[in-house]
Design a binder for this molecule. Structure first.
Ligand code: NAI
Ligand code: ISE
Length: 336
């Protein structure tokens, strides 16, 4: 069976996911596209999916008889309504992060999925599918003893003018928030944010860099530097310190040169290149589960917990230096 997929939101990542389904992955085809800006959908149709139908409204795409599964890749604030519509239609849905822009919105999705009685949603937390993080998890689970601390960094070379201080959490740190829960099999109990000296490259409405301190239920302390004007590259660092040793996230594979009395390895500059393989693997996982009428991988519950934890981090930004508690509700059995 070839899974017939409709994509809502054909901007940067919607276009890229359409390309991987149309040109890279097996088992699925793009049959429908929709974007708030119809020209964006038509451009993707022309470039990547000439047989796809273009819909003016995402809701019409979700309801279409020939759409088996949906990819929600539109602006974050629009995700909740589309995911709820996909659940109501009983169609598997891959939703880019964030699942919803509020914890209440994410909870509505969890409640709807629980009422539907089966997993239908996968959230686009692609780092869980990254080969480096997968290797790191194996080592953390088996070789370095009980994890005690994590030191991490999420650095982007630069960000646009509309990227303001809370986006460092909702847009950027959210990847660490999810991947460390998975890596440590743990949840957060508190967050604190402190601001070092501001970079002269950060614009007026952005405090950059930031340091987020998270504490987990098992007592692990995590520090994450978020520095989105670091200039030199896109750099994701993670070191887990355990009782018996420590483990580092591997650097992405790249050519090392020895030239002019220098030893050098290029550093990537774009997150799309850094995680290109993990996007492929996460969507392959979606296609496999959706073909069975369900979903696997990062769940609505993970998206909900990420939203609760993000909200606490934003509050911690606003109350710099204060420790903000994070309390999670009981997890429904659907997500065990
Ligand atoms: N997993 C990851 O690493 C990444 C995830 N993302 C997430 O993907 C989502 C999209 O991001 P980008 O592609 O970078 O943004 P973008 O701005 O390039 O594209 C968003 C598209 O959504 C469309 N849109 C806006 N409102 C809509 C509506 N109501 N219905 C249908 N379409 C609508 C816009 O016209 C635009 O074409 C965001 O939630 C973002 O956080 C983005 C980049 C990386
Ligand atoms: O999701 C992403 C972007 O939206 C975000 O702006 C970047 O900071 C992240 O590194 C990237 O993975």
């Amino acid at each position: 069976m070839t899974l017939r997929i409709g994509v809502i939101g054909t901007g940067m990542i919607g276009r890229d996911h359409t390309r991987r389904i149309a040109q890279v992955l097996a088992g699925a085809e793009i049959v429908a596209l929709s974007d708030y800006n119809p020209a964006a959908a038509r451009a993707v149709q022309a470039d990547l999916a000439p047989d796809a139908m273009v819909y003016d409204k995402g809701e019409e795409l979700i309801a279409a008889d020939d759409v088996d599964a949906v990819l929600v890749c539109s602006t974050g604030s629009t995700h909740e309504a589309y995911v709820l519509a996909a659940i109501a239609a009983g169609k598997p849905c891959f939703c880019e992060k964030p699942l919803a822009t509020t914890a209440e919105g994410a909870k509505r999705i969890v409640d709807a999925e629980v009422a539907a009685g089966k997993r239908l949603v996968q959230v686009g937390f692609m780092r869980r599918y990254d080969a480096g993080y997968q290797m790191l998890k194996k080592v953390v689970d088996s070789q370095i003893g009980t994890p005690l601390m994590v030191h991490a960094a999420h650095r982007n070379p630069t960000v646009p003018e509309h990227y303001v201080t809370p986006m460092a959490i909702h847009d950027t740190l959210i990847h660490e928030i999810d991947v460390f829960r998975w890596l440590l099999d743990d949840d957060y109990v508190s967050a604190q944010v402190v601001f070092p000296r501001k970079s002269s490259h950060a614009h007026g409405k952005l405090a950059d860099p930031q340091i987020v301190l998270l504490e987990t239920a098992k007592g692990v302390r995590i520090d994450v530097e978020i520095f989105v004007n670091c200039r030199y590259g896109y750099d994701i660092q993670c070191q887990v310190v355990g009782e018996e040793g420590l483990a580092n996230l591997p650097e992405p594979m790249n050519i090392t040169t020895r030239k002019n009395a220098a030893l050098s390895t290029p550093i990537m500059t774009d997150w799309k290149d850094r995680f290109v393989d993990s996007y492929d693997v996460e969507l392959a996982d979606f296609i496999k589960a959706a073909a069975q009428g369900t979903a696997s991988g990062p769940s609505s519950w993970d998206g909900y917990v990420a939203a609760i934890s993000s909200d606490a981090c934003v509050e911690a930004q606003e109350k710099t230096g204060q420790i903000i508690p994070i309390t999670l509700p009981a997890r429904p059995a659907l997500y065990d």
